[in-house]
Design a protein around this ligand. Structure first.
Ligand code: ASP
Ligand code: MG
Length: 475
């Protein structure tokens, strides 16, 4: 079986949906297929605005017009049934919006509203498949994916999900393509949950693992995982292969292609993830799999804004039995974007800016020390990601030197708990410049020098080499 997951832009309207139908039709000729679909682009954002900012005027009408018009344009034998399902779902949404509960129930209610986008889009996708002659039916993943009750960012429970999913599959008619809602699950009490923004990728991986898929295909609007964000580096190129570890680091450090939690279930089940473009299906895309020789040279420069740097005197930490500062923050659910390892006198960590105060409290072993937490807000973070790139002890020093030479004002160079990434914190407005410059120095130069060596084996060893000792000294 193959899982084919289509993102929000891939299902955004009838033109795209016909492309999706073509891709699914081709896959169905050779494989058993399950489709996972995101909400149409922009719909989840509108639902978030409706619940968090009470921007509700015209929402239901807008969603009705958009989805019903799409179904009409697609036509086909399932159009009438799809339109009816969409109307039903919007009636439910209207009732939900009119019954906003008080505190205790609010998080569950919010997820029930947010799940509406996928619960609408699957009917369009199924109608699009039927319109090209496939048998297809919408499926609500609340029936298949069992999660904890972490509303807004729920975690799938693999064993319970597997049991549910296999029972469902046993009863599913052969030859009908299921079109399953991404992003959505249900907790053991049956309450709707969502897996976090962008979580449809994770749905695909969780379902792939539960159903024993051979391959998980993520169909999106870029041609794979690129060497840098294309909006910042127009000449970034897609990588043919990538290790699970590198893909996870890229996702955690600002890469938008895959949701960070996608890799874990796929890696645990040994299922490759293939990232491909719905708009350029002739391109091979990126295969994410185990680290090996083919992935050894795959490198990505990425980064993110809105980062805070905190530093505290190291004194007390190593003897206080708190574990490491990074693990303390992580246990409290704070994403640690980077940390210093070897500094003798101070401990430095980078966290998302919104977590600054909470992190500062946790880092100060006593109230007295709280005042001694240095904070630096409005930073950005750039990352160089590649297999084993940070394994050598010189990784941080070399990245620092390189950024100095590129005239970028580095605030700190930090490690990750993974050996596959090294990160630097800079003042906020340097993000684009830093990504561009690092991509030029690390990736473009490295690619060029490898090309030179293949075409002129006797040419001197690369500009890359001396500049980039921290790549592990690879020729
Ligand atoms: N529709 C959800 C979101 O916009 C999930 C997804 O698209 O992956 O976050
Ligand atoms: Mg996405």
């Amino acid at each position: 079986m193959r899982i084919l997951k289509f993102g929000g832009t891939s299902v955004a309207g009838p033109v795209r949906l016909r492309q999706v139908a073509g891709i699914v039709a081709a896959a169905v000729r050779r494989h058993e297929v399950a489709v996972v679909a995101s909400a149409q682009a922009g719909v989840t954002d509108a639902l978030v605005a409706a619940v968090d900012r009470r921007e509700r005027a015209g929402l239901v009408e807008h969603l009705a017009a958009r989805h019903l018009r799409g179904i009409e344009a697609l036509g086909g034998p399932q159009a009438a049934a799809a339109a009816e399902a969409v109307r039903d779902r919007l009636t439910t949404l209207e009732a939900l919006l009119g019954a906003e509960p008080a505190n205790g129930e609010h998080a569950a209610w919010r997820d029930a509203v947010l799940a509406t986008g996928e619960r609408l889009s699957v009917h369009l996708v199924a109608a699009a498949l039927a319109a090209v002659g496939l048998r297809a039916r919408a499926v609500d993943a609340a029936e298949l994916i069992v999660t904890d009750s972490g509303f807004g960012n729920a975690n799938a429970q693999p064993a319970a999900t597997r049991e549910r999913a296999l029972a469902w599959k046993g009863a599913w008619p052969d030859g009908t393509v299921p079109v399953i809602t991404g992003f959505v699950g249900a907790d053991p009490q049956g309450r709707t949950t969502t897996l976090g923004r962008g979580g449809s990728d994770t749905s695909a991986a969780v379902l792939g693992a539960a159903l024993g898929a051979r391959r998980i295909e993520i169909w999106t609007d870029v041609e794979g995982v690129l060497t840098a964000p294309p909006r910042i580096v127009p000449n970034a190129v897609p990588l043919p292969t990538l290790s699970f570890g590198v893909a996870r680091e890229v996702a955690l450090l600002g890469g938008k292609v895959l949701h960070p939690r996608t890799m874990e279930p796929a890696e645990a089940a040994g299922i490759p993830i293939v990232v491909r473009s719905t708009f350029a299906p002739q391109q091979p895309g990126t295969v994410v799999g185990p680290a090996d020789r083919r992935t050894a040279h795959a490198r990505v420069v990425t980064g993110l804004d809105g980062v805070a740097l905190l530093s505290v005197p190291a004194h007390g930490w190593w003897s206080g039995g708190f574990g490491t500062p990074a693990s303390r923050l992580q246990e409290a659910g704070i994403t640690v974007l980077g940390f210093s390892r070897d500094e003798p006198s101070r401990v430095t960590v980078a966290v998302p800016q919104g977590e600054t105060e909470r992190a500062a409290d946790l880092l100060a072993p006593d109230t007295d020390a709280a005042s001694r937490v240095d904070r630096r807000a409005d930073c950005c973070l750039v990352a160089v990601v590649g297999d084993g790139i940070a394994a050598g002890w010189r990784a941080e020093a070399s990245l620092g030197d390189l950024l100095d030479r590129l005239h970028l004002p580095v605030v700190a160079v930090l490690r990750r708990s993974s050996p596959d990434a090294v990160v630097a914190v800079l003042r906020g407005h340097f993000l684009r410049r830093a990504i561009k410059a690092l991509h030029g120095a690390v990736i473009a130069a490295d690619r060029l020098s490898r090309l030179e060596r293949t075409t002129h084996p006797s040419s001197p060893r690369s500009w890359g080499e001396t500049r980039l000792a921290w790549q592990g000294g690879r020729p």
